[in-house]
Design a protein around this ligand. Structure first.
Ligand code: FAD
Ligand code: EPU
Length: 339
């Protein structure tokens, strides 16, 4: 039964732990719930915000509109052959729970993406990535409902136009589709991806030589826990900014002035810079203002250190942007969705 509540606190629904209220709040437990919601006056007349685990959002004010929380559950095998399997997960499934389920079945491909907070439905939004893998590498298709008329549309990988922390759902189709499931093409034969140096060092430290996908997952979890704050203890939304891309010329100029610059060459000839390094070089690691702070173990992460407001985090992010621009002439871009 569809239930719409009014004036609901969003504090339990965002990993920053920021207090903000929304005018209306509906939880979707079935496709029928969404069909029923579509017919209501509230849906027709309100601004809308779709919500998964709230781990990539910053509320800077109350949301004057309808928040629609996706609680759709279920995992199913769509098809398989000797080598590959297509697995479909409903959008409201917890991402890390789904990754662990795949590892238990020995379905390979998602292990490097262990311990990313949030729900399956948001994973294509910014093409989540970590430790050498992005979901575009294992993505098969997704199902989404058109938010204007409820019609189902299936998107293949090309139609999602995945990029670094990008997809069509953040750009030309913003707010136009409610993702209900995502399917992944996984391998039945382990092909470990340990190109990200830290994974090999962690496996060595764990004294593991013939690593399984479970070992890779455990290594990724250990690395993440050593530097990223646990949102249950410290409010945050992961990396607050994207790692910026600069031209070869800009990269050379920066390298001349800052020998230790951390950067990675890209196939298009440009370079990606480690934004965490840029922020740290500005002396901002641990910097705190109005209860919002730059995380002391990973400068790319902003935290709710002392019961702060969303506005305080946003203002801190502006300060960081300015400092990095003043020192390096590089404009950082926020990765977190600002509401
Ligand atoms: P939400 O925050 O609820 O929503 C994010 C966006 O997607 C919003 O715009 C929302 O409106 C939209 N949305 C959500 N669900 C739907 C839906 N069903 N249909 C349509 N739109 C929808 N991200 C990475 O890529 N890599 C990392 O390594 C990583 N590490 C993190 C570490 C920590 C400690 C934290 C807190 C976050 C991290 N993140 C990382 C960011 C975040 O976990 C991911 O972006 C995640 O996919 C967000 O999922 P969510 O369900 O919480 O999305
Ligand atoms: N670094 C510093 N100081 C810092 C932080 C980083 O010098 O305070 C330098 C270090 O040299 C380090 C390098 O930056 O080697 C890269 O750091 P890290 O491996 O922690 O990764 P990142 O580039 O900061 C990105 C993603 C993360 C993802 C990790 C692992 C973005 C915006 N962030 O972080 O994603 O988990 O790589 O693949 O691309 C997220 O999106 O929320 C997120 C956490």
């Amino acid at each position: 039964m569809l239930d719409i509540r009014n004036n609901v606190s969003l504090k339990p629904f965002n990993t920053f732990g920021i207090e903000a209220f929304c005018t209306h709040f509906a939880e979707i437990n079935s496709i029928d719930d969404f069909s029923a919601l579509l017919k209501t006056e509230i849906y027709k007349t309100s601004a809308k915000l779709f919500l998964g685990g709230g781990s990539n959002l910053l509320f800077t004010k109350d949301f004057n509109g309808l928040v629609i929380k996706n609680n759709l559950k279920g995992i199913e095998i769509v098809s398989e052959n000797e080598d590959e399997i297509i697995v479909k997960a409903a959008a409201g499934e917890n991402w890390h729970g789904f990754v662990l389920w795949c590892i238990e079945q020995n379905f390979c491909g998602l292990e490097n993406l262990s311990l990313i907070p949030g729900c399956v439905g948001a994973s294509p939004m910014q093409n989540i990535g970590a430790y050498g893998v992005e979901i575009k590498d294992v993505f098969n298709s997704l199902e989404a409902l058109n938010t204007a008329n409820g019609e189902l549309r299936v998107f293949n990988a090309a139609e999602c136009e995945f990029g670094y922390r990008e997809s069509v759902f953040k750009t030309k189709y913003k707010d136009q589709f409610f993702i209900i499931s995502v399917s992944f093409k996984l391998s039945k034969h382990p092909k470990l991806n340990t190109t990200y140096g830290a994974i090999n060092s962690e496996l060595e430290a764990m004294k593991i030589s013939n690593a399984t996908i479970k070992d890779v997952s455990n290594a990724v979890i250990a690395i993440r826990q050593s530097k990223l704050p646990n949102p249950v203890e410290t409010g945050n939304a992961g990396s607050f900014f994207k790692n910026p891309e600069v031209s070869k010329e800009k990269h050379e100029a920066l390298k001349r002035s800052f020998e230790a610059l951390v950067s990675y060459p890209l196939p298009n000839g440009n370079f990606k810079l480690a934004a965490g390094w840029l922020i740290e070089q500005c002396g901002l690691k641990g910097f705190e203002k109005d209860g919002a702070a730059v995380h002391s173990k990973q400068a790319l992460v902003l935290i709710n250190k002392n019961n702060c407001t969303g506005k305080a985090v946003f203002e801190l992010s502006g300060y960081v942007l300015q400092k990095v621009f003043d020192k390096f002439g590089v404009a950082l871009e926020r990765e977190v969705n600002i509401i």
